[in-house]
Every structure is written in structure tokens, then in C-alpha cells.
Design a protein around this ligand. Structure first.
Ligand SMILES: *Cc1c(COP(=O)(O)O)cnc(C)c1O
Length: 397
């Protein structure tokens, strides 16, 4: 059956047919503790009743209207999303379907802002080495990892990669005659859960503000509560010690709990740059995705709920740090990377085969050669965390 797929994924030998909370079940009925959530997508777990209900009820009304119109549910979703991102300075939103599309839209918005204000030639977008921004030709150009760049050129022009956490390199790169925006992840996900230091983020905010370069946060993996605040950038301060504001924020992955969706949001400077005809998407704002997204926002954007994500994350990180086989632990909230001595991929495989002769299998992710990545669903229980930690110890021993 699998050879009808293009050979684009290095797949593990398991086929799933149902899920429940933190658990997935394969076609033979074996169960697996899911600590990856489909790469931060199933943030409320599998088969979460309110999400199932919202999606089914919307499906029974209508599945889609085109963007000649709007729908009650997508309008409410957009409103709640802008409200949730208001502490970061966001004013309005464009609804898309995926992360790459959200970042593409953000780049278009940044370029038009700069063009209107400064004329042609000031279109470069600076990004960080080790970043991941998507798989389209433009978002690959933005992605600062060479391994993704072979075979697919020529890429979209106007992207410059600099090392992260390097204020000198940043200062040199942010040339106000050529640069329209700085696009970054507060914590790089794909390349190994690599956080940017607070001093670097504060310097970035200051340099961008002084030069009118747009500060763009890719919160596709870090957003929607993943790090214990609705957006990860809320945990940083600007150079004056005030809460950090962004000019553009992109979201996807967990935004609709498992239904494909993405978004880019604009702040004060950028909210009226795009006008009718500038951008569009057939599926963007899809009512079923919006209905799912509303459940996610209502559940996650709550201080008590977010505090629980932080608490569980801290407990996980503290236990992992005590494991002598774990070389380093990084991350915030329920976005955690751990460096191990062995290669990560065989550990992922062992997590699958464990289901054959033990009580259950384990689903974890990798991020780089020697890093395991944990992105569990937000309702994960303390006993499931304990079970996960025990299995991780067993697998890396
Ligand atoms: C996953 C991811 C993307 C790309 O999202 P897709 O929905 O796969 O296009 C972009 N940026 C970051 C930080 C991501 O984690």
C-alpha cells in the first residue's frame, strides 16, 4: 500500500487507525503513548470530545464558503485569534491553511510595507541559521539550513541568513537601506529546540524599531500555548524592559488542533498594508478549521490552562535533567529537546517496536541527529508523563 506514496518521507513501520487523548492505536490494536502530537498539531490530544463535536456540527451545516463572503464561525475565530495575540501588538489576521503559507504571506506583507514607505530595493528578509520556515521555494529560501537547499534552486531572492544569538552579526545584517524584515523563531523547533537568548531578542527588537525593519515571529511551532504562554514572544522583553511587541506573527500547527490551518497576524504598522486583491487563499478561513480553531482558542487562551502547560513542562525538564544518559535539555513549556549520546532515529524506531513485546509503544520526534523532541498534548496527565519518562530512560539506555 505504501508504495503509492511519493518517497518523500523516512517513515517508521506503523499504521494508525484510532486515537484517544495521549494514545494512538495501530491497525493491530497495539497502543502507543504519543509525545509528539503529530509535530505539535494535536495540542488537545486525540478524539477530544468538544473538538469532535464542533467539527461534526460545523460539517453538518456547511463545509466551505469562498472568500467572496465570510461565515459566522470564521469571523468569530478571527476575532478570538486577534484578541489572543493582542498582548503581542496584533491588530488583524489573514487566515491560511499551513505554516509555509503563513510565512509566505508574512514575507509579502513585509515587502509591501517596505516598498510603500521606502521604494524598491529594500526587500531583504533576514533569517537565522538553523531556522525552519517551510517547504515552498520562498520559505525554503528563508530556511537557514543548507540540507534543504540542494536540488531545488533557483530560490526566491532576497533572504540573508545570519547566526542566531549573535548580536554583532545581527547589527551588521540589519542594513536599513536593504532590509525589510527580520524573521525568527523564539525557539527553533526543527533544528533541535534551540532558544534565542533574551538579550538577543531585546537587541533585535531595538535594532528593528530604530531602523523601521519589521520584526516577524514565526510562532508556527512555539505558538498556541506550546511554551506556556499563548505566544512564546510574550516571555521576552524589549530593550526597555517592556513586554515585547512584534510587527507580524505567523501561526499554524496546533492552531486548529489537527485540522489544517495557518494564519499571519499584523500589528499597528502593518495592519493596513495589504488591500483587496493583494493576497488570497481558496481554503483560507475554512469554516470547519475555524470551528476547530475556536475550541482550541477557548481552551488554551486561559491563564490557568497555560500555567498547567508550564508546570508540566518544568516537571518534565527537571526529570530529564536527572537522567545521566541525557546530555542536555532545552525548551519551555511542552516544547522540549534532549540531546543524547546515541543517534535519535534508532530511538524513534525502538519506540515503535516496543509495542510488539511490551505494554505499549512510544511516539517521540527527533530534531537533528542526536536530539529527541517532545511535544506532548496539553492534557497529558502526570502519570502519562511519568510513564513516558520511564520509557525514554529505557530506550536511551
Ligand atoms: C512546521 C513549521 C513550518 C511549516 O509549516 P507547514 O504547515 O508544514 O507548512 C514553518 N515554521 C516552523 C517554525 C515550523 O515548525
Amino acid at each position: 500500500m505504501n508504495n503509492v506514496f511519493m518517497n518523500t518521507y523516512n517513515r517508521l513501520p506503523v499504521t494508525f487507525s484510532k486515537g484517544e487523548g495521549s494514545w494512538l492505536f495501530d491497525i493491530n490494536g497495539k497502543k502507543y503513548l504519543d509525545l509528539g502530537s503529530g509535530i505539535a498539531v494535536n495540542c488537545l490530544g486525540h478524539n477530544y470530545p468538544p473538538l469532535v463535536k464542533a467539527v461534526s456540527q460545523q460539517a453538518a451545516k456547511f463545509l466551505h464558503v469562498c472568500n467572496y463572503y465570510t461565515s459566522d464561525v470564521s469571523a468569530e475565530f478571527a476575532e478570538k485569534l486577534v484578541q489572543a495575540a493582542a498582548p503581542a501588538g496584533m491588530k488583524n489576521v489573514f487566515l491560511a491553511n499551513s505554516g509555509a503559507e503563513a510565512n509566505e504571506g508574512a514575507c509579502k506583507l513585509a515587502r509591501k510595507y517596505s516598498l510603500l514607505k521606502y521604494g524598491p530595493g529594500r526587500h531583504t528578509i533576514v533569517t537565522l541559521r538553523g531556522s525552519f520556515h517551510g517547504r515552498t521555494i520562498t520559505t525554503l529560501a528563508a530556511t537557514g539550513q543548507d540540507k534543504f537547499h540542494k536540488d531545488f534552486g533557483p530560490f526566491t531572492e532576497g533572504f540573508l541568513h545570519i547566526p542566531g544569538n549573535d548580536i554583532d552579526a545581527l547589527e551588521k545584517a540589519l542594513d536599513s537601506k536593504k532590509v525589510a524584515g527580520l524573521l525568527l523563531e523564539a525557539i527553533q523547533g526543527e533544528s533541535g529546540i534551540i532558544p534565542q537568548r533574551s538579550e538577543f531578542i531585546a537587541a533585535a527588537a531595538k535594532l528593528c524599531a530604530e531602523r523601521d525593519i519589521l520584526l516577524i515571529f514565526d510562532e508556527i511551532q512555539t505558538g498556541i500555548g506550546r511554551t506556556g504562554t499563548f505566544l512564546a514572544l510574550e516571555q521576552y522583553k524589549d530593550a526597555d524592559g517592556k513586554p515585547l511587541k512584534a510587527d507580524i506573527v505567523t501561526l499554524a500547527k496546533g492552531i486548529a488542533g489537527g485540522i489544517p490551518a495557518g494564519a499571519f497576524l499584523a500589528g499597528e504598522k502593518t495592519s493596513s498594508v495589504l488591500v483587496a486583491g493583494d493576497h488570497g487563499s481558496t481554503f483560507g478561513g475554512n469554516p470547519v478549521a475555524a470551528a476547530a480553531g475556536l475550541v482550541v482558542l477557548k481552551t488554551v487562551n486561559d491563564p490557568t490552562f497555560l500555567a498547567e502547560i508550564s508546570r508540566k513542562g518544568e516537571a518534565l525538564i527537571a526529570s530529564l535533567k536527572q537522567n545521566p544518559k541525557v546530555k542536555e535539555v532545552r525548551g519551555k513549556g511542552l516544547m522540549i529537546g534532549l540531546d543524547i549520546e546515541k543517534e535519535a532515529w534508532p530511538v524513534l524506531k525502538a519506540g515503535i517496536t516496543r509495542a510488539e513485546n511490551k505494554d505499549c509503544g512510544l511516539l517521540i520526534l527527533s530534531a537533528g541527529v542526536n536530539t529527541l523532541r517532545l511535544l506532548p498534548q496539553y492534557f497529558i496527565s502526570d502519570s502519562e508523563i511519568k510513564q513516558g519518562l520511564d520509557i525514554i530512560s529505557e530506550l536511551i539506555d
